[in-house]
Design a protein around this ligand. Structure first.
Ligand SMILES: Cc1cc2nc3c(=O)[nH]c(=O)nc-3n(C[C@H](O)[C@H](O)[C@H](O)COP(=O)(O)O)c2cc1C
Length: 192
């Protein structure tokens, strides 16, 4: 049996990145709970050609690989730095190129980082409508972190680390449940 594929996507355009660190934390938490195949990509991996592509066909190979990984994943951890009060334009641009049916019913955990706490609710008010459009199965706990939650590039705040663990656990449960149902669908009469 193949292991469920869990993909982390971080919209950072430079490294080191707080967003990538936070995406990685949630991904690791999920992968510590069940034998998932976890991979992480960021926009440095996708390359500058992502922003220049108006259509899927115009995506250069590095960006196409990231898009394919998102569409083929069984579950996602998505994250973006906050720019001007919302997710970055490039983050939205990538999801504009994702097939509208590709994320339906798939578990998705949401994270974001910002300079301060002012935009902490962006994960609730900014990100959720986008993944609602896709019909994704959104993890209840979304995680936001700001500059003071990191120390020497590592996620240091105990409260944010606890939320990352909670989100990773929820993501793992949803993924495991989906994998179990796919392997052995529940007959309708038994479910009633
Ligand atoms: C163009 C730009 C706009 C930004 N706008 C905001 C903002 O509106 N609110 C905020 O809290 N931080 C803002 N920031 C700070 C970043 O969100 C923050 O430094 C983030 O953690 C960077 O993530 P990274 O290390 O993954 O690149 C902005 C940064 C840039 C470069």
């Amino acid at each position: 049996m193949t292991r469920p594929r869990l993909v982390g996507l971080s919209a950072n355009v430079q490294r080191p990145s707080k967003t990538r660190t936070l995406v990685d934390a949630v991904l690791r938490e999920a992968c510590s709970r069940a034998p998932f195949e976890g991979r992480i990509f960021d926009f440095v991996d996708a390359g500058p050609g992502l922003g220049a592509a108006w259509t899927r066909d115009q995506l250069p190979l590095p960006a196409r690989r990231v898009l394919d990984a998102i569409e083929e994943a069984d579950g996602l951890v998505v994250g973006s730095p906050v720019y001007k009060g919302g997710y970055t334009g490039l983050f939205k641009h990538l999801f504009d190129l994702v097939d509208p049916g590709a994320l339906a019913g798939k578990p998705v955990a949401i994270v974001a980082t910002g300079g301060g706490a002012r935009h902490a609710l962006v994960v609730e008010h900014g990100f959720r409508p986008l993944f609602g459009f896709f019909g994704a199965l959104q993890v209840p706990t979304a995680v936001y972190a700001s500059d003071i939650d990191f120390s020497d590039g590592a996620l240091s705040d105990a409260g944010v680390r606890a939320r990352a663990a909670e989100a990773g656990g929820q993501l793992a449960s949803l993924l495991a449940h989906r994998a179990a149902v796919a392997a052995e669908p529940i007959p309708l009469e038994a479910a009633e």
